[in-house]
Design a protein around this ligand. Structure first.
Ligand SMILES: Cc1cc2nc3c(=O)[nH]c(=O)nc-3n(C[C@H](O)[C@H](O)[C@H](O)COP(=O)(O)O)c2cc1C
Length: 251
């Protein structure tokens, strides 16, 4: 089966899950293509689609929602999909519903909506880093969840979204607007070695290292902070310890 995986990942958690899905599907003999939505304007023909993203303020990032709206074509026959999210907690991981609903409208049937709890790395405001024991538990659990999720591919699709997702989509729109000004609170300090990694990797081309400037296109993904080799980026004057995805999801 030709399986297309598309995702957005700011700091690597979603990418780790997407890659683990891909690896396992390849092991099972599928023809798998994995792409980030960054710079991707179209989607290749596929038999099965998997869409994943992080949870930002209860929904998927505005960028991913818009990408699905614009770039996933209407299916011209019954097609199936899996949606998944990664987040610090599961209590407000509603983003899978939003993406699932868009895919259902495009003619897809959803076989699974999986919410992965991953190590916290959005501790600029609210969360403390996850303990090592919890991280190990999360990665083991992710491996089990992926196996179960993949098993649904051959099943009849049972996941449905009956309620409106208008409110959570509005929140994603509002959050995207807030992020632009919140993003102005990042600062690059004098320890910066001008390596340009933040500028090169920013999904919105929002950073100019030479002038240490954040423009107004930030989506708050925090990739800049976590990829900085010298931890030169602070938020609201607070230094943040860079996060790297700590383990591989081994199946
Ligand atoms: C701007 C922002 C908002 C977030 N909001 C939430 C949230 O509402 N609930 C939650 O559980 N995690 C939240 N998180 C944590 C991310 O969902 C989590 O770290 C995710 O795994 C990041 O995925 P990525 O590494 O693929 O970018 C937030 C992270 C960011 C950067």
């Amino acid at each position: 089966m030709k399986i297309q995986i598309v995702y957005f990942s700011g700091t690597g958690n979603t990418m780790a899950v997407a890659n683990a899905y891909g690896k396992q599907l390849e092991r099972l003999g599928h023809d798998v293509k994995i792409d980030t939505i960054e710079g991707k304007q179209s989607i290749e023909p596929h038999d099965f689609l998997i869409v994943g993203g992080p949870i930002y303020a209860g929904n998927m990032p505005h960028e991913l929602i818009q990408w699905v709206r614009r770039h996933v074509p209407k299916s011209n026959g019954p097609k199936k999909a899996i949606v998944f999210s990664t987040s610090a907690v599961l209590g407000n991981a509603h983003g899978v519903k939003s993406i699932a609903k868009k895919l259902i409208k495009k003619g897809y049937e959803i076989t699974d909506a999986a919410c992965f709890e991953m190590p916290r790395n959005f501790y600029i405001d609210r969360y403390d880093p996850t303990s090592e024991a919890d991280q190990i538990r999360q990665f083991n659990q992710a491996a089990e969840m992926i196996v179960q999720s993949i098993q649904t591919i051959g099943n009849e699709a049972t996941y449905n979204v009956t309620k409106s997702v208008l409110m959570i989509d509005m929140l994603a729109d509002i959050f995207a607007i807030m992020a632009k000004s919140m993003g102005k609170k990042f600062e690059i300090d004098e320890t910066c070695i001008q390596c340009g990694i933040c500028e090169k990797n920013c999904p919105k081309q929002n950073i100019t290292v030479a002038t240490k400037t954040y423009h107004n296109r930030c989506i708050l993904c925090t990739r800049c902070i976590h990829n900085c080799p010298v931890a030169a980026i602070s938020y609201k004057g607070k230094k943040i310890e860079p996060y790297r995805v700590p383990y591989e999801i081994k199946i």
